[in-house]
Design a protein around this ligand. Structure first.
Ligand code: J2J
Length: 537
């Protein structure tokens, strides 16, 4: 069985191999190569796993899953938070050629079911610590709605379905059977702009390259001590260079439950963390904590702070070395592929004011005007890209793909950027219908569709509004049959089962929605209204 995906054309694949980007190694090699390494790979609370232990745990789980009949080419839906089991499960599944979707821990029923519908998983791995899986009610519902699920494993469950039980069984004679390196290794989650969250097939070859090259740029090595404070399943802390970069380099990953200063500062001090990755709002909160008297000495070991996921203001950027006492690296990446970094030896000017440049010499990035023509350096337009680790199509989405790619296979990310003479990018805005709430992405259409199912709502438009901490928050403009309160709308959406970060921060009732000349909702005007109101207050 093989998972279908949009392949790179043969001539591109040949070139990427020739240039040494694609090595034809499975991602499980990242751990496999350290099978005899007794250095610490991951620290999760009071638990510590060496590379040897992590690899053996993954082998035991992989062996147990094969005994239960899971086969190469099948898929799994996984929802684990920042726990060592996340990596154990990820490597175990790679080893038996089962491709997971790693849902975020903040995801709820709507998201899980949308993913399950698309991949028809044979296996579900979830956590009793998640509200949905605290008892078996939702589990039964999900299984009923997803007949493909043959096996369920639960973290923090001592019973029959417990993950812990499988981790105790021996892996005698286990032989790994990963999928071929140019096939799908797993699915990454798209931030999305459409009604259903899209999945991004990532192959071993492309993802492994992206991690390896990230390590070179960020200089990760066996002395790297990385704090993973963002959701482990997100592409950024997973691969830029993230935890997988650390494992490849033989360093240590320390897991944090959240990026708050009160949680992270003591972890940094205790484990002598030298690099971590944050989104801009977390940076603001760290700076604020220091101003309010948190001891900066706790951060003494921290050498490099990566910031990405959303636009970092120049002023916040400049405060990082000055107040946190470490170097800043801006990261502008996407789960679809392309990642840009400022380089460690770039000037402050570049590090503070740009979002870096592409990591690979064969990343083709250009700026298009609305007719698809290339714009000269410095002009703002649509980001177009293709390259050895940028995907060629969303999973099973031919219609959307026809819009998201041009005839030459360039992906249009929906970002508005400018590229300077030296190839450095600044992110100027966005064309996709998405809200970037402090790095967490909300597809407006997904929420609007759910709002329209409410009996009192006739029309709905979700737009971004500026927020000093989060960068953006969301506002729902509604045309309703009767007066509705924000709390009612939020409760309604929560009951439908959407992730909390997608609930509108504000609800505005209006008599009608403004339209553009072609009859689409004029979101620009709605955003302007919010901005005017904000500047007036
Ligand atoms: C402005 N916007 C940014 C930045 C991402 C590394 C880092 C981030 C992601 C990520 C990632 C931005 N400034 N520095 O996958 O490997 C916005 C853009 C982009 C979208 C992608 C990685 N960094 N963005 O954030 O798939 O709009 O990946 O298209 O979640 O985030 O979101 P996502």
């Amino acid at each position: 069985m093989i998972i279908p995906y949009t392949r790179w054309p043969d001539d591109f694949a040949a070139r990427y191999r020739e240039k040494g980007y694609w090595l034809d190694l499975p991602l499980s090699d990242i751990l496999q190569r350290h099978a005899d390494n007794d250095a610490v790979a991951v620290i999760d609370g009071e638990r510590t796993l060496t590379y040897r232990e992590l690899d053996q745990a993954a082998n035991r789980l992989a062996a147990a899953l094969s005994r239960r009949g899971l086969r190469r080419g099948e898929t799994a839906l996984v929802q684990l938070g920042n726990v060592a089991e996340f990596y154990i499960a990820f490597f175990a599944l790679l080893k038996i050629g089962v491709a997971p979707v790693n849902a975020l821990f903040s995801h709820q029923r709507t998201e899980l079911e949308a993913y399950a519908r698309q991949i028809e998983p044979a296996l579900l791995i979830a956590d009793r610590a998640h509200g949905l899986f605290a008892n078996d009610d939702y589990l039964a519902q999900l299984r009923e709605a997803t007949p493909s699920i043959r096996h369920v494993l639960l973290n923090r469950d001592g019973g029959e379905q417990g993950l812990a039980r499988l981790l105790e069984q021996p892996a005698d004679g286990f032989i790994a059977t990963p999928t071929p390196a140019d096939e799908v290794a797993f699915f990454q989650l798209s931030g999305g702009s459409t009604g259903t969250p899209k999945l991004i097939p990532r192959t071993h070859n492309d993802y492994y390259y992206s991690i390896r090259r990230s390590n070179e740029i960020c200089r990760f090595d066996a002395d790297t001590r990385y704090l993973c404070a963002l959701p482990a399943a997100h592409n950024y802390p997973m691969s830029s260079p993230g935890a997988l970069g650390v494992y490849l380099a033989g360093g240590t990953v320390v897991l944090a439950n959240d990026p708050s200063a009160s949680h992270c500062f003591p972890l940094i001090a205790r484990h002598q963390i030298n690099v971590t990755a944050l989104v801009p709002p977390a940076v603001s909160l760290w700076l604020q904590a220091l101003q309010e008297g948190e001891d900066r000495a706790q951060l003494a070991s921290l050498k490099l702070l990566q910031v990405g996921g959303a636009r970092l203001s120049n002023s916040l950027a400049a405060r990082i070395p000055a107040e946190l006492g470490c170097q800043l690296q801006q990261v502008f990446g996407m789960a679809e592929g392309l990642v840009n970094y400022t380089r460690l030896d770039d000037s402050d000017e570049r590090i503070f004011n740009t979002q870096g440049c592409p990591m690979c010499p064969d990343d083709e990035v250009w700026v298009a005007d609305e007719n698809g023509n290339a714009l000269p350096a410095g002009q703002v337009g649509r980001l177009m890209t293709r390259g050895p680790y940028t995907f060629r199509g969303y999973y099973q989405s031919p219609e959307h793909n026809a819009q998201a790619f041009d005839a030459d296979g360039f992906y249009c990310s929906g970002d508005l950027i400018a590229i300077d003479e030296d190839g450095y990018i600044t992110v100027q805005g966005r064309e996709k219908d998405q809200i970037n709430r402090g790095g967490e992405k909300i597809a407006a259409e997904e929420i609007e569709n759910l709002l329209l199912r409410h009996e009192a709502i006739i029309q709905a438009a979700l737009v971004s509004m500026e927020d000093s901490l989060m960068g953006e928050k969301s506002c729902a403009f509604l045309v309703t049959r009767r007066a509705v309160k924000a709390v009612e709308i939020r409760r309604y959406l929560r009951e439908l089962g959407v992730a909390d970060f997608k609930l509108p921060d504000r609800v505005e009732s209006v008599a009608e929605l403004p339209l553009t000349p072609v009859g689409k909702v004029d979101k620009k005007q709605l955003r302007q209204r919010l901005a005017e109101r904000q500047s007036a207050s």
